[in-house]
Ligand binder design. Structure first.
Ligand SMILES: C[S@@+](CC[C@H](N)C(=O)[O-])C[C@H]1O[C@@H](n2cnc3c(N)ncnc32)[C@H](O)[C@@H]1O
Length: 289
């Protein structure tokens, strides 16, 4: 299903979630003691406000009106900061390495982590990249790729740039893809870019098939006013499940929001004490050998 356009460019329900994360980054950047400092997100949301304010879409209007749940802002920005840290760690040992942000949305990580020599690729569906190109420009070290992550021809393009090994990031992407597709993607990344690393967010399979499914959908459609198709379709048992797909996939680390002692989590920190809650939606880091 296509959503109302931004700059008259239609995007689907899943792509529209990128606006939530962008607005969370911008709002947090303007708060006291910000978890993330993202001046580009502030600029971009200012440019988008006029587009969203007149929209027939409730979520768009809420964003333009500054209506955003504070806990959501904290969760989203803690995750973004953690992905920034993974990127900075990778670049500290490979200052001129390549980082590929899969399902990048309107995220501005390049400007948050750029070290002056890394190459950075932002990949998303063609409609999203069309919008992104209206808001920011490419440079010799920052490129956008307009493609589904599942149309593997983008990998040839990356290889033409001689970019290997790479750090692949998938922040808020894999849970929207069918499990077979996620598996094909990982195996293909492993074959095409040996020695690379992957940092990806995953959800537990109970969010997709089990007792947490209803609660998650209520939150996404009921509270956030996302479209019906913005729903999680694949999850994993644990961080080791993806390792079992190939002997070359090795789990390096896992991260949960509840590993942070961030004050802004407030009472939500208690969730981290409930068994299993640290592994409902979390981040995993693999080497693709
Ligand atoms: C929750 S948003 C996350 C955006 C960004 N990573 C962030 O954290 O701000 C999900 C993103 O995945 C993208 N996406 C969904 N399916 C995709 C696919 N098959 N290929 C590439 N991108 C996809 C959407 O367009 C959207 O931008």
């Amino acid at each position: 299903m296509q959503k109302h356009g931004i700059f008259n460019i239609d995007i689907n329900d899943v792509s529209s979630t990128m606006l939530l994360t962008l607005y969370c980054h911008a709002r947090e950047s303007r708060s006291a003691d910000p978890i993330i400092d993202d001046p580009r997100a502030v600029e971009i949301t200012a440019a988008l406000n006029r587009q969203l304010a007149g929209s027939a879409d409730r979520m768009y209007r809420d964003l333009a009106d500054g209506k955003l749940n504070k806990k959501l802002i904290t969760f989203i920005t803690l995750r973004a900061r953690q992905f920034d840290r993974y990127t900075q760690d990778f670049l500290s040992s490979r200052p001129d390495g390549s980082v590929v942000n899969l399902g990048c949305g309107l995220d501005t990580r390049f400007w948050r982590v750029d070290n002056g020599s890394a190459r950075f690729y932002d990949l998303d569906l063609p409609g999203v990249i069309k919008i992104k190109r209206k808001l920011m420009s490419e440079t010799d070290r920052y490129r956008m790729i307009a493609s589904s992550v599942l149309d593997f021809r983008w990998m040839d393009l990356l290889k033409q740039h001689g970019s290997s090994p790479c750090l692949f990031l998938a922040e808020g992407l894999l849970m929207y893809l069918e499990k077979d597709s996620v598996r094909d993607l990982l195996l293909k990344l492993q074959t095409e870019f040996p020695g690379s690393e992957l940092v990806c967010e995953v959800v537990h399979e109970s969010v997709v098939n089990g007792w947490l499914k209803g609660a998650m959908n209520l939150r996404m459609q009921g509270e956030l006013h996302l479209g019906q198709e913005a729903t999680f379709v694949s999850g994993v048992r644990d961080g080791h499940e993806m390792e079992s797909w190939s002997p070359g996939i090795n789990l390096l680390s896992e991260w949960s929001h509840f590993d942070s002692d961030e004050k802004k989590l407030g009472w939500a920190r208690l969730f981290g004490k409930i068994p299993g809650m640290r592994r409902v939606q979390w981040t995993v880091h693999y080497r693709l050998g």
